[in-house]
Design a protein around this ligand. Sequence first.
Ligand SMILES: Nc1ncnc2c1ncn2[C@@H]1O[C@H](COP(=O)(O)OP(=O)(O)OP(=O)(O)O)[C@@H](O)[C@H]1O
Length: 348
Amino acid sequence: MATAAIGRRHVFNGGIPGPGMIDVEQLSKRYGSVRAVEGVSFSVGRGEVVGFLGPNGAGKSTTMRMLTTYLMPTSGRARVAGLDVLDEPREVRRKVGYLPEVVPIYPEMRVREFLRYRSKLKDVPGSRRRAAIDDAIEMTGLADVAHRVTGNLSKGYKQRVGLADALLSDPDVLILDEPTAGLDPIQIGEVRELIRELGRRHTILLSTHILPEVEAVCGRVIIIASGRIALDEPLDRLRAGRAVEVEVRGPIDSVRGVLETTPGAGGVRKIAVEGAAAGDPGVCGFEVRSKDESAVEALRELIAARVVQNGWALRRLDLSRSTLEERFVRAVRDAVVVDHGGNSGEAA
Ligand SMILES: Nc1ncnc2c1ncn2[C@@H]1O[C@H](COP(=O)(O)OP(=O)(O)OP(=O)(O)O)[C@@H](O)[C@H]1O
């Protein structure tokens, strides 16, 4: 059975990230005057599934093509599965499963025939070739179409063929460039499920524009904008509270004044007001941003104490959570504002 076979061949570490399966240091790529990737550094540990996001033209495919040795960096270093992409490109190609944005299948070949051809190109030893192809076909749900001509398959199935190809050499690392682009919602769900399954046994760097996909399969997010890293954070931290939402029964101007002068408060925004009546100041609601995001819990406690000190009733006190979409938009916007260098990435 494929799962057992794959379990035998792969080192399964229970999903605990280990050190450096992908190590990128000051990687840059210029196409003539276009600075597509500019001094990018990051690491991906063993067992991590990392979403690599960015607007169109941000440099995602260029970075992935450098990591898979299909493109020479202008400067900087990258190691994948412990191998230097410049010094050991052939070994890197053997160790890394790459699904490019456009899957290079030969339309006249049948699925199994294509995978056999690719396994030879990847130097999969003859004695292991048959098992490697069977495993890849089973993992990607291609058994029913294994004898069909690839050119006649639906886009979703062509994508599966690309993934099967990426799995052939039993790679430690999978680099998947927009694996669900152009698929219908059912196919997206199927490929996403497959990636989630693969993520239990592989280190994965996954580029996509579909944010729910990242939330479904990734543990960490790297955002690139105008060729530079704009954000690199675990998903749970990224979604964690960044601000305090507070509702107080008290006079709105006084409440605002107290919140604005609370140490650690970085900005106050009104979110709701319930009308005042005779003898009742009404209820006002504010979102208070924390100057230091890691100190948002302390800010919450301080706000509670100050509201009570003023004799106001505290009706609600929550941490407000950011969505991935909000963080994406903010990170990209901030990166573009900071980018004074005239970077000619399309997002700039
Ligand atoms: N062969 C090339 N020659 C010149 N410029 C290029 C070439 N390939 C990419 N670029 C430019 O480099 C920048 C980064 O492109 P890249 O394809 O890496 O972005 P991306 O983040 O993958 O975008 P998308 O999400 O649209 O696929 C863009 O400005 C793009 O136009």
